[in-house]
Every structure is written in C-alpha cells, then in structure tokens.
Design a protein around this ligand. Structure first.
Ligand code: ADP
Length: 355
C-alpha cells in the first residue's frame, strides 16, 4: 500500500542554478492542487537539521518564476553527511509532519536524499546545476540560462577584440564537464576550446591563431573549461601572447554564469520536472531523480544515476561494471558511449568551422 502524504517538504541544496525557483513553484502548486501542504525548508539540509522551515502557500511562490537564485536559499552542510546529521533531519521531519521531500540540487544533494530515504523519509531529486554534468539526464536546470549568459558576455568581448586585434581567453564554469565551453564555443565562433574530456592540442591552436592572423583575422576567442585546472587559463593566455605576438587577455566569467533570469527552456523544464517529481512521490516511487531523455521527463533510480555517472566519467571499476545485470550493463555502456560521442562530435564541429 502506498504511503499517505499530507505534507511534503521542498529544499534547494549545493550550487544554485537559474530555474530553481520555477521548480519550487511547480512543486508547491502541484502539491497544493492535490490537497497536500508544502513546507519550504531553508538553506538545504542545514535548514532541515536546524528546523528552519515554513509552510508555503500558492501565493508565496508568486512572482518567483522569472528570478534567478533560490527563494529557499542554498547552503552546504557537512553535518548532514554524518549519521547524527541525518537523524536530526529525520527527527525534524517527524516533528513537522513532513512525509517526504523533493530535493533540488546536484550529485551531493541526491546522496543526502538517499540517506533520508533509507532512514524513512522518501525523497525525489530534481537535477539543478548549470554544469549539465549529471549523466543520467540529458539536461539539468540552469544549463540553458548559463549558456545564454556566456554567449552574451563573449559577444561583447569579441566586439572589443575585433576593434583592437586581440585574443581573449575565456574561462567558463562546468566543473569537470565541457558542455558549456563546447556549446558556447560553437555559438560564439571560438578559435579553440580546451575541455578536460578531450586532449587539447595547444601547439595547433597557437599555429592556427598565427596563420589566421596573417590572413587578416582580427579577433580570437579561446574557450577554456574551469576543469582544466587552477591557473591553466592564465598560463595559456601568456603562452598565446608570447608565441603569436598578439595581445591576449584573460576573462574569467565566474559566478555571473550562475545568476540571472532563467530562460524559457529552464522555466519549462523546471516546471515539468517539479510536477512530475510530486507525482512520483505520491505514487510511492522513492529515491528517484527526474531526467530529461529524448525530450521526455523520465524518472531514474538514484542508484542507476550514480552508477551511470561513474561509468560516463570513467570512475567505475571493472568489477563494478562486471557486477551489473547484463542487459543493464549493455544499456549503460551503450548510452555512455553515445554521450561521449555526442560531445566529441560537437567538439569536432567547433574545430571544423573555426577557420
Ligand atoms: P551538489 O548537490 O550541487 O552536488 P554538494 O556536493 O555540495 O552540491 O552537496 C550539497 C549538500 O548535500 C552537502 O553540503 C551535504 O549537506 C549533502 N551531501 C553531499 N554529499 C553527501 C553524502 N555523501 N551524504 C549525505 N549528504 C551529502
């Protein structure tokens, strides 16, 4: 028999992303329309263990759809990684009549959610991160807005590079994921792109810049993923200038990429995922993460998402892969190969049009 839900909680945790508010609104209104109350928990798991929460009405989530950040605020909470922290969270759920929680965040947030589910508070996760680095879903909330911000910023840099015949190295976010630099690199016409997933030929880039400059090209944009490591962008900037003789500047876009009004795509995806997350919880399907797969919202088991992520990122051991049920193993390996192939094809496309 499925559990009866009278009141659920919603929280945002880890790195914020534009579109989190749209997802909160969707969760609150979907639940209220089913006669279920929603407790807004502030500052992620920190608010859960410190009992910092309040009941939200449908009006409390008015006029947030278009705002970046998160009205529930976000935080990181080391204590929640301990059994004592989780026990405090469970106790506060009991005291406040919270029957289940929708958690918005990334990988770490879903680990916390798994601990809660195992301790008797069922959870569902909604992937929110500009990095698009949760492998089980083709899309994470915030990614589209961040890309649009990067494109707008780099278009501005290009204008001034063209005027002054300069090169700009642009460091963008995405942690160890190269999606932002690759897609934005294509969108802004980058001469080179350095990401952690694909070997980067620095000498080829420097030769290209020299040749293109001799052919009359005046502006050069080189996109670098923050995942290339601390100090890499500055080193590359210095080396390009030294070897090409072209004035080269570094722009680190940093946290501007994490804010701003969410794009239409982020608002729609957040609304769809928020709605579906509540449905899953009410249907008794716990410890799942909402995923976009071939255009459809689809729920994956969190355990599947973690294992698949490790396979895609090359972190899974052979033993772990061998232990998977054969059909599942085949499906995961094929899907992982297709994901990698997609990124490589985009990367090569960027290279083939950067003449
Ligand atoms: P993100 O969710 O964006 O990946 P973090 O990795 O910082 O961000 O995780 C957010 C929060 O989730 C942490 O501060 C912590 O409260 C909780 N969390 C992360 N990892 C775990 C874990 N292994 N067990 C329990 N809670 C965790």
């Amino acid at each position: 028999m499925t559990k009866e839900f009278k009141r659920i909680g919603v929280l945002t945790s880890g790195g914020d992303a534009p579109g989190m508010n749209a997802a909160i609104r969707s969760v609150v209104r979907t639940a209220i329309s089913r006669g279920i109350e929603v407790m807004g928990i502030y500052c992620g798991y920190k608010g859960l263990i410190e009992n910092d929460m309040k009941l939200l009405t449908e009006r409390d989530v008015s006029n947030i759809l278009n705002h970046g950040g998160t009205m529930l605020y976000s935080d990181r909470c080391e204590k929640f990684k301990t059994p004592e922290g989780v026990a405090l969270g469970v106790e506060n759920c009991r005291k406040n009549g919270i029957d289940g929680i929708i958690t918005l965040g990334g990988d770490g947030t879903f680990r916390g959610a798994t601990d809660l589910t195992r301790s008797g508070v069922p959870c569902i996760g909604i992937p929110c991160t500009i990095d698009n680095d949760i492998s089980a879903t083709d899309y994470t909330i915030g990614y589209d807005t961040a890309k649009n911000t990067v494109v707008e910023m780099v278009d501005r840099l290009r204008d001034t590079c063209e005027s002054h015949a300069r090169c700009n190295v642009v460091e963008v976010m995405g942690r160890h994921s190269g999606y932002i630099p690759v897609e934005c690199g294509i969108a802004i016409g980058a001469t080179g792109i350095a990401i952690p997933e694909i070997p980067f030929d620095k000498d080829k880039l420097i030769n290209n810049i020299t040749t293109l400059s001799h052919n009359g090209k005046r502006n050069f944009i080189v996109m670098v993923s923050e995942g290339m490591g601390k100090g890499y962008s500055q080193q590359l900037t210095d080396e390009i200038q030294e070897k090409t003789g072209i004035e080269t500047r570094l722009a680190v876009l940093a946290h501007v990429q994490r804010g701003g009004s969410p794009s239409c795509t982020d608002r729609v995806t957040a609304t769809r995922m928020g709605y579906r997350a509540v449905e899953q919880l009410l249907e008794g399907k716990y410890n799942q993460v909402m995923c976009l797969k071939e255009g459809n919202i689809h729920a994956e088991e969190v355990e599947y998402a973690f294992t698949f992520d490790r396979i895609v990122k090359g972190k899974a051991t052979q033993e772990e892969i061998d232990a998977l049920e054969p059909t599942l193993r085949h499906e995961m390996l094929e899907r992982a190969a297709s994901k990698k192939d997609h990124l490589v094809r985009l990367y090569n496309l960027a290279g083939s049009v950067s003449l």
